[in-house]
Design a protein around this ligand. Structure first.
Ligand code: CP
Ligand code: NVA
Length: 298
């Protein structure tokens, strides 16, 4: 593994190895190795972030390195300097780069032009760091995903859903996506995914039925804030007590956060499941440290 750009390009063995190392790093926090000693890792963010920024800054420091946060307005990228030029400059100065932006192609281009390990910290196409943390949480809370049904209720073709669909493809668990008709994964994507274990429905109750994990995310992702008409289609896709009545006994609820109470999830459900949801947020740190260690070793 030279970069960490998507769940799509990972193998099952790579995902499970990263999760095992995340579990180890979590247990050994404060006394594990520091493979980033003497290194500087840049963090280019063109979208807002709480969890991703803080977990990477803390994680890089705990592994001995120095994080350099660069919002798009701090650097010439924000004034139109091409990503390939930014990449060739940073590639000569820092040891790795973490990028949160819009186009997946920008992250791919950065990895190719910089020649340094590059991590996708969220694009419009994937949120691989989050899915790694979510899988770690499923492992901790339920012992694993084998024989488990995971439901995703909400936007059927967001970065979160796409990464979950690739995780299901690679790891083989049952994933049921419930989304409004106009926000389902397109047929071409599902043909490329080619995963009979991934089903798509317009009925949230069908997806939630017997599910061990109920997962949701914002209805309007970053960059879509002005698409109020999109939100109108999502009313029946709220994760609330009524929907959870269909889930399996002992189910958990996941939300990558930030959460919009009264929209994709109710206050009641979020607070009832807060222990696991904030464990999921904490797991960003441990999962990403495993990615950093793997890239430092390459
Ligand atoms: N879940 C997540 O990526 O959160 P931030 O946007 O706060 O980083
Ligand atoms: N789908 C959301 C995830 C936020 C962590 C977004 O892109 O805004």
């Amino acid at each position: 593994m030279n970069h960490f750009l998507s769940i799509e390009e990972l193998t099952a063995a790579e995902i499970t190895a990263l999760l095992e190392d995340a579990t180890r790093l979590k247990a050994e926090r404060g006394r594990h190795e520091q493979p980033l000693a003497g290194q500087t890792w840049a963090m280019i963010f063109t979208k807002s972030s709480t969890r991703t920024r803080v977990s990477f800054e803390v994680g890089i420091r705990e592994l001995g390195g120095f994080p350099m946060f660069l919002s798009k307005n701090d650097i010439q990228l924000g004034r139109g300097e091409p990503i390939k030029d930014t990449a060739r400059v940073l590639g000569r100065m820092v040891h790795g780069c973490i990028i949160r932006t819009f186009a997946q192609q920008d992250v791919v281009d950065f990895s190719q032009y910089s020649g340094i390990p590059t991590i996708n910290a969220l694009t419009d196409d994937e949120h691989p760091c989050q899915i790694l943390a979510d899988l770690l949480t499923v492992k901790e809370a339920l012992g694993g995903w084998e024989g488990k049904k995971i439901a995703f209720i909400g936007d059927g073709f967001s970065n979160m859903t796409i990464s979950w669909m690739w995780a299901a493809k690679r790891l083989g668990f049952e994933l049921a996506v419930a989304a409004p008709t106009d926000y389902q994964p397109p047929a071409e994507f599902l043909a490329k995914l080619d995963a009979p274990n991934v089903t798509v429905t317009t009925d949230p109750a069908v997806a939630a039925k017997g599910a061990h994990v109920i997962n949701t995310d914002v209805w309007l992702s970053m960059g879509q804030e002005d698409q109020q008409d999109k939100e109108e289609a999502f009313g029946p896709f709220q994760v609330n007590a009524g929907l959870l009545a269909h889930a399996a006994e002992g189910h958990i609820v996941l939300h990558c956060l930030p959460a919009y109470r009264g929209k994709e999830i109710t206050e009641e459900v979020l607070e009832q499941h807060a222990d696991v949801i904030f464990q999921e947020a904490e797991n960003r740190l441990h999962a990403q440290k495993a990615v950093l260690v793997a890239l430092a070793k390459r």
